[in-house]
Design a protein around this ligand. Structure first.
Ligand SMILES: [Zn+2]
Length: 109
């Protein structure tokens, strides 16, 4: 018997995703600044580029692990074209309007 996905769980997933949406640009900005600083200080653009690698990796991991997922099928809940906003200023996405999973179509109660 499959557990009926609860809307509360979905809301938690969405707010987790929005919090990560804030961290993403911050992480990118920080690693860009670090790369620039190293490139300027060492007068070596390649050393600066090397500094970007850990930041980019972290960002990829962050994206992969914080994407909100459907409790039933595991598909991502932000669909293409959604602009979920941030935790402080959320914008309504399709899942919140329909209360259904965009991938498997299960309704959240
Ligand atoms: Zn689903």
């Amino acid at each position: 018997m499959e557990r009926q996905p609860r809307w509360d769980d979905v809301k938690k997933e969405l707010s987790r995703g929005r919090a990560a949406g804030r961290a993403g640009p911050w992480l990118l900005g920080t690693s860009l600044a670090a790369g620039l600083l190293v490139a300027l200080a060492g007068r070596s653009p390649s050393a600066g580029l090397t500094m970007l690698v850990p930041g980019a990796l972290l960002w990829l991991i962050l994206r992969a692990t914080t994407q909100p997922r459907c409790p039933a099928c595991g598909a991502g809940l932000f669909v293409r074209g959604d602009r979920p906003g941030t935790a402080a200023r959320p914008r309504e996405v399709r899942v919140e309007r329909e209360r259904r999973c965009p991938a498997c179509g299960v309704s959240f109660v």
